[in-house]
Design a protein around this ligand. Sequence first.
Ligand SMILES: [Mn+2]
Length: 329
Amino acid sequence: MKSPKLPKIEKEFENLKQIVLAAENFFLAPHLNPDGDAIGSMLAFNSLLNRLGKKTILFSQDPAPSNLYFLNGIKKIKNRLPKKTPKNCVAVLFECSVPNRAGDIEGFLSGCSKIVNIDHHKTAQLYGDVNIIDHSSSSTAEIIYRFFYDIKLKINKSEAACLYTGIVTDTGRFHFPATSSRTHQITALLMQENFNFSRINDIIYATKPYPALKLLGRALESLEVSENGKLAKMSLRLSDFSEFSAVSEHTENIINYAMMIETVKACVLFKQDRERITATFRSKGDIDVSKVAALFGGGGHKNASGCKIRASLEQAEERVMARLRELLK
Ligand SMILES: [Mn+2]
C-alpha cells in the first residue's frame, strides 16, 4: 500500500501560522480515549494560542487519563460541545485519522471556518484545510514543539511539561523505534525549562491504582501462547472489571507484559465492555498488526494498533486470532 503524498510540513506550518495569527476563536480536540501525547500536545497548543490572545474551546468526548491531571490547563477541557459554533472558529484536531475520531463533532465542525489536522500516524487522512502530518515524528508533541520554534514563541515551563509528557508517553520513555536523535534533542531543550520531569515519570510510570494491579493479575492468568510461541493472547471479561471496580483505563500497559516473552512476535489483549470488545495489538519488527486492526475498522501503528468489535468475547477472539495466525504465516 502506497501512503498518500504528504504536503510539505514547512509549507503547512506557514499556512497554520497565517491561520493562528488571523483567527480569534479556536476549538481544540484530541482523539477518543486520549493519551498523553494527544492531551499534552493539545494543552501546549492551547497555551500558545492563549499567549497570542486567542479564545479557545477545549473539548474531549472521553475524559483525559486521570494521571495527567497535573498538566496545566487540563481542567479546562470540557466533555460537552458548546451549543453553538463561535463565528470564524478554527478547529484543530490532534491525532484524529478522520474527524469523527474526535467523537460526535460533525455538526460542530460544519460550523467551523477551517479545520487543522495534526498527526504523526500513518493512518492520517488529509481532510483538513491544513494537514500537518509527519511520520518521522515520534509524537505529535514533537511537531508542536517545532511549531513553537517556527512561530518564534519561547516555550514556558508548563508548556514544556505538557510536551515532555507527550514525548515520554508516546516513545515509551524513549524506547520505541520512532524515537530519534531529534526526539532527544527536543527533550533536552524542553528540560531547560526546569519542570519536574522526575515527578512526571513517577506519576505516570511508578503509580498504580489497586484495581489496575488486580486486573493485571487476571490478565496474566489468562495469558496463552500459540503458533510455536509466536502469538500471545490475554483476555479480560466484563466480570473482571466489575469484581475489582476497574475501568478501561486500568488496562493500560497490560498488553506489554505479553511482549516480554522472547518468542512472541505479536500479541493481543481482548477487553470486554457492555457493548463491544476492544482488541489491542502489539508486535515486533516487521509484523504489521495495524493491518489486522484495519480489517476490523481500527487503526494505529505497525507495531501498536487496536480496534473495536461488536460481538461476544468468544466470537471476537475467534475472528481476530484467525487473522493474526494468517499474519504470522
Ligand atoms: Mn501520538
